[in-house]
Design a protein around this ligand. Sequence first.
Ligand code: SIN
Ligand code: MN
Length: 266
Amino acid sequence: MKLNAQQVKQFHEEGWLFLPDCFSPQEVETLRAEAEGIYSVDRPEVWREKSGAPRTAFAAHTYNEGFGILGRHPRLIEPVEQLFGEKLYMHQFKINAKAKFDGDVWQWHQDYGTWARDDGMPEPKAMNISVFLDEVFTFNGPLMIIPKSHKHGVLAAGHDKATTSYPLWTLDHETVEKLVDEGGLVVPVGKPGGVLMFHGNLVHGSAGNITPFSRKIVYLTLNAVSNYIRKPTRAEWIAHQDFTPIQPCADDALIRYAQSHKQAAE
Ligand code: SIN
Ligand code: MN
């Protein structure tokens, strides 16, 4: 799948792109159920909120067939290859839960700030491309993004290890206020199967979820192969060190997978 000229322009100018209905609800429904199964297992890759509710599950593409297919899906890989002009590998893969009633905040941050400081990634030539597994509403802790904030490079940040269970390089209020004055705030929402991609330096965050609607989103962090990480400090399953280029699967691989699982359950 290729982005058109207008989409490429929007990505460069605004720092983000939302593709509603990129996957059909049928293509993602099996993944939604499997994510719940993954959260229910006690393993180091599954991080929990302070309440014990699931927060994020790392590296499921390495041990779950459906998420493995998603991690090689041409509708995700090809647009990022197009923007970077080279092959990609998986730097990080996570299924963020934002659990109903208990999903906690993600403070304001830039992803590349973490990849540079914690992983030794040379350039912001990696990005998050995310797939909604649940419907994302304005009220169940959607991602909030600050358009154009990617143009500021890596901003000063403090390492917040206390607010949530997940250490994050976060931005101060003054910086966020200034960036929102300039660029405004956008909240992409929509049905399961929507896809949001955003520049590694785009400032974003999300509020807690006190509604009875969970908000699962899968994030693939795709890094240009030439931009492989030089100084890893985090576990391999958080910041991967297998720099093998991803070979995309067939476009219908996910629907076949969903159909075969449906048949098996019948
Ligand atoms: C992230 O920024 O890495 C995750 C934010 C979210 O899932 O709300
Ligand atoms: Mn982030």
